[in-house]
Write a protein that binds this ligand. Structure first.
Ligand SMILES: [Zn+2]
Ligand SMILES: [Zn+2]
Length: 319
């Protein structure tokens, strides 16, 4: 099982500005001077080994879209954020338009940042393709249709050439879909959201975004510990710091890095990936949150280490 991130930003897509790109270049050149870099053939190794990721790369700016890849013909991903557009490009490079494909898409919820990529997911325009949208929201079809209604978008939903189905699922039930054991859990978020747990060949990954956790609600926390139990990877909404999550941004429907660590440690999960980054946070800030998260994980650790990483557009994690 391989997890590939195409969109990792919360609420709205963002991109690097010219000033931010320039600042990265200046920082990189300063480090190159400090390290005495003076041979062309050393440049790539220098970039890969000496520059921190927040200078050499970027955590990316597309909104939520995460692909799950295994052997098997059908394609699986979560959420139609703006990351669904580059994902479509990748699928089209690998499959000719005359080879019909089946796509299974699992929706956390219907907020705009999680459906905005749908009209730009090119396979919806290709006859013969089958797109199955798995959701626990009865209003899912209405949300997708409304997004493509005039005056918001030029192509109406009914003009899409692919066969598009909405599959209404119930939380807390186990389904077998596209070769995965799949289960949804209702989460605290405006209009509700659902986390998804996928299991295959003894591996488990959980996608839990747009989900708030209340420190005092032990019964709810226990449900998540059970849902995350022994997962090889938990992709977790860590949009805010803990302080913000329990004070100024309480009831905004999101969670924190510290809550992710606590739940994953209690669940004995192996890896936590921080996700749905706050759009106001630049690369330096996200790198700082990751470093703090790793420190906190080691402070609170009671059993085996939890590997903490942070998602970026293009990250791949093999399970
Ligand atoms: Zn969101
Ligand atoms: Zn949301």
């Amino acid at each position: 099982m391989k997890v590939r991130f195409w969109g990792t930003r919360g609420s709205i897509p963002i991109s690097l500005t010219a000033a931010q790109t320039r600042a990265k270049l200046v920082a990189a050149l300063h480090l190159a001077i400090e390290h005495g870099l003076n041979r062309r053939e050393d440049v790539e190794a220098f970039v890969d080994s000496r520059l921190p990721f927040e200078i050499s790369g970027t955590f990316g700016g597309h909104s939520s879209c995460v692909q799950l890849e295994s052997e098997g013909a059908d394609h699986v991903f979560m959420d139609f954020g703006s990351g669904a557009r580059p994902l479509a490009g990748d699928y089209l490079q690998r499959h000719a338009p005359n080879e019909p494909q089946t796509y299974h898409v699992f929706m956390s919820h219907l907020h705009w940042d999680h459906i905005m990529g749908f009209p730009f997911f090119t396979p919806v325009y290709i006859p013969g393709n089958r797109i199955i949208i798995h959701t626990c929201h009865a209003q899912a079809e209405q949300a997708f249709r409304t997004q493509q209604s005039p005056p918001c978008f030029p192509v109406p939903f009914d003009a899409l050439s692919a066969h598009i189905e909405f599959d209404l699922l119930q939380p807390d039930q186990r389904y077998d879909i596209a070769g995965y054991g799949v289960q949804a859990l209702k989460q605290l978020h405006s209009g509700d959201s659902y986390g998804w747990r996928f299991e295959r060949h003894g591996k488990a990954m959980v996608y839990s975004t747009d989900s708030e956790h209340k420190l005092g609600d032990q019964a709810a926390l226990d449900r998540f510990v059970e849902f995350f139990a022994d997962a090889d990877l938990v992709v977790f909404d860590a949009m805010y710091s803990l302080v913000d999550a329990i004070s100024v941004r309480a009831d905004w429907g999101h969670s924190s890095n510290l809550m992710g660590i606590e739940l994953c440690q209690a669940a004995k999960a192996r890896r936590l990936c921080l996700f749905h980054h706050e759009p106001a946070n630049d690369d330096a800030k996200i790198a700082q949150v990751l470093a703090q998260s790793r420190q906190l994980e080691s402070i609170y650790r009671e059993a085996a280490a939890l590997e903490v990483s942070t998602a970026y557009d293009g990250l791949e994690i093999a399970l």
